[in-house]
Design a protein around this ligand. Structure first.
Ligand SMILES: [Zn+2]
Ligand SMILES: [Zn+2]
Length: 383
């Protein structure tokens, strides 16, 4: 994960703006400074704009995402956070000995943008530890600029909580490697007044610009989507789990509460969010499912990825934009898979109890119906 590599891969993917991540780390800050050119409101490397960002972890193990206007501000904020952290010199995501309220206060003192990260993950996020944003952010709750959904949730889930009304949801990829099935595995498409920090600020505050599309993984793919047994992965509905006192009826293991049911507990209204959320895995993964390989990095998968990439350019265009007939002229099988993803003809067996969900690409509509019927209790997360 170095700037020149990220810039090259981002261009292949079709990403115009990328968060640097980890920018409070002094070594990484030096690298970013050396490798990019600082412009008004963004950093530039080749044709990609970078925006300084970091996650920080608070005293309750909750993660927050901070977006900085420029590198000078990063250094100023660093001095404040250093007073409250033992590991800021060496960690990518420093631990700050303060609560969410204090962290927002510091971020706002420096005119940064801030919001909760991957808000629903069970162990390190706001709803893993608190029952409301207010409980975490106190009087600073109105100063939050956005909410990051994370890989385990989408906007229809998050919009069931009325506290999130008027908030902009971000589907960020939180990539830990630059390869195309990681970088931009989730992304946001927005119309911005300008591609800069200021453009983002206006977008979040609804002064100018608009989010057009959130694209990300299907939350049902997550290891903790349904409530399910930690040992044998038998799934349960929330009511069943409660009735059985969180004890598995098959093996007497422990039932772990899933993200879906956590959202259900917190929700106080019907899902309602104006921006479309497209459930779409990265192209390399779609090719992997199509050829039936175990990983997206096999030679065959990479080869077919490169051919499409050379023909059509940015991956994001191939996934959401280019006509299926056009793609089919180059790779008929993959084009058909992309069509099924775009039109939601995939069957998803949700994950739970530490087991990932499983995607099935049915041959045709009637096979899809068969699978839906045969696996209905698993698909609906019940015993
Ligand atoms: Zn995090
Ligand atoms: Zn069990």
């Amino acid at each position: 994960m170095e700037i020149p590599v990220i810039a090259e891969e981002a261009e292949k993917k079709g990403l115009d703006m990328v968060g640097t991540g980890d920018i409070l780390n002094p070594k990484w800050l030096r690298h970013v400074r050396e490798e990019t050119e600082e412009k008004d409101g963004y950093l530039e490397k080749d044709n990609v704009k970078f925006i300084p960002t970091t996650e920080v972890e608070d005293q309750d193990r909750i993660h927050h995402l901070i977006i900085f206007p420029d590198l000078e501000t990063v250094e100023e904020a660093y001095r404040d956070f250093r007073e409250l952290s033992d590991d800021i010199r060496r960690e990518g995501r420093p631990r700050i000995k303060a609560d969410g309220e204090k962290i927002v206060e510091i971020a706002k003192k420096h005119d940064c943008l801030i919001g909760p990260c991957h808000a629903f993950t069970p162990y390190t996020a706001v709803y893993g530890h608190k029952n409301s944003l207010k409980e975490c952010y106190g009087d600073q709750v109105d100063n939050l600029d956005f909410l990051e959904l994370g890989l385990s949730a989408d906007s229809s889930m998050a919009s069931k909580i009325s506290d999130h009304e008027d908030m902009v949801f971000l589907s960020n990829s939180d990539a830990h490697s630059p390869w195309p099935h990681r970088l931009g595995r989730e992304f946001n498409r927005a119309e911005l007044e300008e591609e800069s920090f200021e453009g983002l600020r206006k977008l979040f505050h609804r002064e100018a610009g608009e989010i057009e599309l959130n694209v990300g993984l299907d939350p049902r793919e997550g290891k903790y989507h349904c409530s399910a047994c930690n040992s044998c992965h038998q799934k349960y509905s929330l009511q069943q789990a409660k009735d059985f006192d969180w004890r598995c009826q098959e093996c007497s293991g422990t039932i772990k509460k899933g993200v879906k049911d956590r959202v259900e507990e917190l929700s106080d209204r019907e899902a309602d969010y104006p921006v479309r959320y497209l459930h779409l895995p990265p192209l390399a993964k779609i090719i992997q499912y199509t050829v039936g390989h175990a990983s997206p990095t096999t030679k065959t998968v990479q080869k077919r990825y490169e051919v499409l990439n050379e023909e059509f350019g940015a991956e994001i265009d191939i996934l959401v934009e280019i006509e299926i007939e056009e793609i089919a002229e180059i790779d008929e099988e993959v084009a058909e898979s992309i069509r099924k993803f775009r039109e939601d003809e995939i069957v998803m067996i949700p994950g739970g109890g530490g087991q990932y969900g499983e995607r099935i690409i049915p041959e045709d509509v009637s096979e899809r119906e068969e699978i839906l019927e045969e696996k209905s209790s698993e698909i609906e997360c019940r015993y």
